[in-house]
Design a protein around this ligand. Structure first.
Ligand code: SF4
Length: 331
């Protein structure tokens, strides 16, 4: 599906890395990190991407940012194909897609004052003069809840939550259309997570931003996302509206993620890494449905034939041979 309302469209994206060979004559093996992923992102939308560590979500994010090179497929940002841009052309589109990192401290130079850190992207990529850039920095600091005076301090003088606010101000400096938030609250105290998520939500509404939010914490996804894509071994196995998928998951992997934490404590973070069994190697993924070695519902068909995504209605797709039965069971 393509739409003029989409700020980002990713089609059939494949990213693979060569495995180092033991000898010159050994066969070349590949890590299939992203294996044919497609999705779109509408203006003002927040799409969550969830899956276990090693499932391919970070490679996917890095590739969409064009920090990693895709092997196949396409990435279209604001109607422009950016899949193979390089050099100056790539540098120029960077202002339209920015990232908020998991660990804000690691991404902030400790020797620079905060106002200089927030100004850095403006100096690199915006045509603003010195005075206008300073005014923009003050505006950005205010937007993320920091005072102009705090801009004269250094990163170590701030708490973890405040540093993430600085990271957000930097990401928004160039007025991007898409912000990729990679585990934006997982390094923060539980007490400040909701504040940062609420701030991201307010800024999205106010500035007309669109987010891709990567998280292995389903509570975070549920809190802020409109839609969620569940990624398993480099593929989307289920995608659709958050409310619908959380209420009636149509893929056993999604169901396992949702059941990973006992109902006795529904407020506890639900983490993708808690589910039964281990993620198979992305170098030699299982045949058929790649989830079959861990799936309690696997049948012979699953071991032989890969399920294609089927339309469950309302923009909800699931790639499972037994999706229909799963929904019937739940109902
Ligand atoms: Fe399980 Fe088969 Fe569905 Fe894969 S296709 S998730 S193995 S039931």
């Amino acid at each position: 599906m393509t739409s003029a309302d989409n700020v980002l469209e990713v089609r059939d994206l494949v990213v693979r890395y060569p495995v180092r060979r033991r000898s010159l004559f050994a066969p070349q093996h590949w890590v299939h990190a992203v294996n044919g992923i497609s999705f779109s992102l509408a203006k003002g939308e927040t799409l969550g991407i969830v899956g276990e560590s090693g499932c391919g979500k970070t490679t996917l994010a890095r590739t969409v940012m064009r920090l990693a090179e895709p092997h196949a497929g396409s990435i279209t940002l604001n109607g422009r194909d950016i899949t193979h841009l390089h050099g100056e052309a790539l540098r120029r589109i960077r202002k339209d897609i920015q990232i908020v990192f998991q660990d804000p401290y690691a991404s902030l130079d400790p020797r620079e004052r905060v106002r200089d850190l927030v100004r850095e992207p403006l100096d690199a990529l915006s045509p603003l003069g010195r005075k206008e850039a300073e005014e923009r920095v003050d505006w950005l600091l205010a937007k993320v809840g920091l005072s102009a005076a705090q801009g004269d301090n250094y990163p170590h003088q701030f708490s973890g939550g405040q540093r993430q606010r600085i990271g957000i101000a930097r990401a928004l400096a160039l007025n991007p259309s898409v912000v990729l938030a990679d585990e934006p609250v997982s390094a923060l105290d539980v007490s400040v997570r909701a504040q940062i998520l609420n701030l991201l939500g307010d800024l999205r509404d106010e500035m007309g931003l669109s987010y891709i939010l990567i998280s292995h914490d389903l509570a975070v996804i549920e809190h802020v996302c409109d839609r969620v894509a569940v990624v398993y071994l480099g593929r989307i196995v289920e995608i659709g509206p958050v409310e619908r998928i959380f209420r009636a998951p149509s893929h056993p992997y999604t169901r396992a993620l949702l059941e990973a934490i006992p109902v006795a404590d529904p407020t506890a973070p639900r983490r993708a890494d808690d589910i039964y069994g281990e993620l198979p190697s992305p170098v030699s993924p299982p045949p058929g449905c790649t989830f079959h070695p861990r799936c309690p519902l696997a049948i012979d068909l699953c071991r032989q034939t890969r399920p294609e995504p089927t339309d469950r209605g309302d923009g909800h797709f699931a790639a499972c041979h037994r999706a229909q039965e799963l929904v019937a069971q739940a109902g």
